[in-house]
Ligand binder design. Structure first.
Ligand code: PA5
Length: 448
């Protein structure tokens, strides 16, 4: 983590005095989080130490892997984005297209929406005989997820009977509460627990993320080991000794003191595109709270978005800070050849002999420098390479930063009343008993 670009005077950055003034609030945010952790209210930072949950996910994934070829993960929001982020970062970019012997695991699909066009197309595409599914919902009652579960259940029972359904369906849900827990008992389904202290968007290192990751062939032990290392590195309330606290503090300060309320995460690696989406959910759903506080996270990908939203970042309103993420050693490298006939075109010849990785890195460096020169602060994160250990570190880093940022913004990072409000209205419209008043309110009908 390099925050110097956020302290560059030319970039409209912070002064050292800003950070000094934040020492006490940062310590308070750290202490507040640790107190909730000790009280057992917030458990994500302790997941790397939960060997039983990790082993249960691995064992179930191995069992499914022996019998099936495809895994459909039915979940939405935090019950989908974490798994998708891990697979995106660590699997072959075209994992699902590879033949089985090159994949090293199941094909995994995340149909995280109740859009019938996508879900119908997916069900028409996969061979149900060779397909299992994990219904992932902490509350157990999320309409999008359960509608998919009910559609798929009907097809599977019709084709393979109740026993075939039991073989194909596994659940991840709250160990005690919720309708899905009841269904697990009634239908005798295998179910992994998602503990009460693990919120959806903080669940990537629980069975929610570990099951699909292990099923796809990811080394989840190394992923958790990396997360544990990062957690151990963040046990200080002193802002300069805790990298996640420093990151949260710098982003918070840039927002409240310099008006940089749009927080862009821009990895220069396609593999981190989905992790960017996961971060957007984490930062937005955790920090955007009443009464109207919260930075807006944005996911960009370098170099792709240099030909798109970078124009706005470079010359638009002075309301953004860009975190540029570098992967020092790309997973594969290609040297750019110089065909004989191209040598006489200086506009192209300069590329010859460089690698594509060098090109990407030059773009990242140049973009960071240009942003700062244009009065836009930047932050840099560097990963030596993308491997389970470093991805585990990055996930824990961003989760801890979010938890601390909640304290700095003075909000509860672990609830989502706004999301719940939308769910209630939708369920009222669809006729859920007890939700009539939401339907009436929405349709303007007189209260009963
Ligand atoms: O972070 C969260 O809490 C949400 O994004 C949830 O993960 C999402 O709403 C899905 O909820 P559930 O897992 O209960 O189906």
């Amino acid at each position: 983590l390099d925050v110097n670009g956020a302290f560059d005077p030319a970039a409209g950055g912070l002064a050292r005095a800003d950070l000094d003034a934040l020492a006490a609030p940062a310590r308070a945010a750290f202490d507040g989080f640790e107190a909730r952790r000790r009280a057992g209210e917030v458990g994500f930072a302790d997941l790397p130490a939960d060997a039983a949950a990790a082993e249960a996910s691995r064992a179930l994934a191995a069992e499914l892997g022996r019998r099936f070829e495809n895994l459909l993960v039915l979940g939405i929001g935090g019950s989908s984005l974490g798994g998708r982020a891990v697979l995106g970062a660590l699997c072959h970019p075209f994992h699902n297209l590879l033949p089985q012997d090159r994949r090293g695991g199941l094909r995994v699909f995340f149909p995280d929406n109740s859009d019938p066009a996508t879900f119908a197309a997916l069900l028409d595409t996969v061979d149900l005989e060779r397909t299992c599914f994990a219904t992932v919902t902490k509350s157990g009652g999320t309409a999008e997820t359960m509608s998919q579960h009910m559609v798929l259940r009907e097809r599977v029972v019709a084709r393979f009977g109740e026993e075939g359904y039991r073989e194909r369906c596994v659940l991840v849900t709250d160990p005690q509460r919720g309708v899905l827990r009841q269904i697990a008992a009634d239908e005798r389904l295998r179910a992994l627990p998602l503990g009460a202290s693990i919120g959806g968007r903080f669940s990537v290192l629980s069975p929610v993320g570990l099951l699909p990751a292990a099923a796809a062939g990811v080394d989840t032990a190394a992923l958790l080991a990396g997360a544990a290392e990062l957690e151990a590195r963040c046990r200080s309330g002193a802002v300069l000794e805790n990298p996640a606290l420093l990151y949260a503090a710098v982003l918070h300060l840039l927002d409240v003191r310099r008006g940089r309320r749009l927080h862009v995460l821009m990895p220069y690696a396609d593999a981190l595109r989905d992790l960017g989406d996961w971060f957007v959910q984490l930062w937005a759903e955790s920090l955007g709270k009443n009464p109207g506080t919260g930075p807006t996270p944005i996911r960009a990908v370098g170099a792709t978005d240099q030909h798109s939203s970078l124009q706005l970042m470079m010359e638009g309103p002075h309301d953004k800070v860009v975190t540029l993420v570098r992967v020092a050693e790309p997973r594969a490298e290609l040297t750019i050849p110089l065909p004989a006939g191209y040598a006489r075109h200086p506009d192209l010849a300069y590329l010859g002999g460089h690698t594509m990785g060098e090109l990407l890195e030059a773009e990242r460096r140049a973009t960071g420098a240009a942003l700062r020169k244009n009065g836009r602060p930047t932050i840099s994160i560097e990963l030596p390479r993308l491997e389970p250990r470093t991805v585990g570190q990055l996930l824990m880093f961003l989760e801890l930063a979010t938890a601390y940022a909640g304290g700095l913004y003075g909000v509860n990072a672990f609830d989502q009343p706004g999301v719940e409000a939308g769910k209630r209205y939708a369920q009222g419209l669809l006729g859920r008993p007890g939700y009539e008043k939401y339907r009436d309110e929405l349709l303007g009908a007189p209260a009963a």
